[in-house]
Design a protein around this ligand. Structure first.
Ligand code: BGC
Length: 345
């Protein structure tokens, strides 16, 4: 059964064919996971919930936005991808959707950004581990083959925030199979993998990474205190959705972030795995002044601990860029990159 599906995924990968058109500019050169993280610097999550992915010419993201991201001082984009809904019944990714993804990768390269291709079907995966595993192997056989000739600035994140059905031993069983699919075409490209419970730092000890594979960057997400960052968020548990006027900013609260990151750093040193803080942000319902304090504290703590970071997110909600006004949300941008030239006018 396993063999059969492996055969199908390979056939699909070959059929999806072709490396992306403009991949040839810079060849892939091996880079250590630590050097990759050092080069990633400040980053931002982009485009996942944008109409860009729908049929036709919709969407907010234009070349100017990638330029603005670069000029503001970001060095990384985490490209949030919902791939499962773009597969046909044979598991083949829609060629039109792939072309759209090619454009995003091209923009990232053009503006010197590390491009993380982040598979983000975490909710679908939380419901059915078996289907998730099969879908992920399918998707990654196609994406990994398509982008195998891209430079080392393009990296892969196997799955955002495994949780529920993907908890405990199940994730440790599934991700190595997905990683093996990637390794067939990308033996030394850096791959991002995170722990269970929505990439919780508390689950790092449960993550069983293959010792011999040193091209792995470990990720975690940080939204603590959750009652502050997610107050009023409709998708949070009801008691959090109901919250308002929760403030943040006492020295003790700020110190807590440092302690949490110390524990992640200790794990990182023990296991010799560099760290990406792949998501953090405080939802728009919190007071802007408090969001700024929190965002600045988390970003500075990440830097002080040697973690690369990617803010959640450029657009949609938690925004650092306002598409309606076509301008940065300056307090948030400044909290992320204090010396950004984008803020000087
Ligand atoms: C999810 C978003 C959510 C964010 C913060 C992300 O991983 O994709 O839908 O807004 O986490 O909760």
């Amino acid at each position: 059964m396993l063999k059969r599906s492996a055969g199908i995924t390979l056939a699909l990968a070959l059929a999806a064919g072709a490396t992306s058109a403009a991949a040839q500019s810079k060849p892939f050169v091996d880079i250590s996971a630590a050097d990759q993280v050092a080069a990633m610097g400040p980053g931002v999550n982009i485009i996942g919930y944008d109409p860009y992915w729908q049929d036709g010419d919709k969407g907010n993201y234009k070349e100017a936005h990638f330029k603005a991201i670069h000029e503001a001082g970001f060095k990384t984009i985490r490209v949030v991808l919902f791939t499962f809904k773009h597969m046909d019944q044979d598991g083949r990714l829609d060629p039109a959707w792939l072309k759209k993804l090619d454009w995003v990768v091209e923009m990232g390269k053009k503006y010197n950004l590390t491009v993380i291709l982040d598979e983000h079907d975490f909710d679908a995966c939380s419901k059915d581990a078996k289907a998730c595993g099969a879908n992920l192997r399918n998707v990654w056989s196609q994406l990994a083959t398509r982008y195998a000739d891209e430079p080392n600035s393009v990296i892969f994140e196997l799955l955002n925030e495994p949780h529920d059905a993907l908890n405990g031993a199940v994730w440790n069983e599934i991700f190595p199979q997905v990683l093996a699919v990637v390794r067939a075409s990308n033996p030394t490209r850096n791959v991002i993998i995170g722990p269970t419970h929505w990439n919780s730092r508390n689950d790092l000890d449960d993550l069983k990474l293959p010792e011999a594979d040193r091209h792995i960057i470990v990720t975690f997400h940080y939204y603590d205190p959750f009652r502050f960052t997610h107050q009023g968020a409709s998708w949070a548990p009801p008691e959090i959705t109901a919250l308002r006027d929760i403030h943040f900013g006492t020295p003790a609260e700020i110190a807590e972030i440092g302690k949490d990151f110390d524990a992640v750093k200790a794990w990182s040193v023990t296991h010799d795995r560099p760290i990406l803080l792949g998501e953090f942000g405080a939802y728009d319902r919190a007071a802007m002044a408090d969001r700024v304090v929190w965002t600045n504290a988390v970003a500075r703590a990440a830097e002080a601990h040697g973690f690369a970071f990617a803010y959640w997110q450029f657009s949609s909600d938690f925004i650092v860029y306002d598409f309606k006004k076509q301008q940065w949300v300056k307090p948030i941008l400044n909290a992320l990159i204090p010396n950004t030239t984008a803020n000087k006018e």
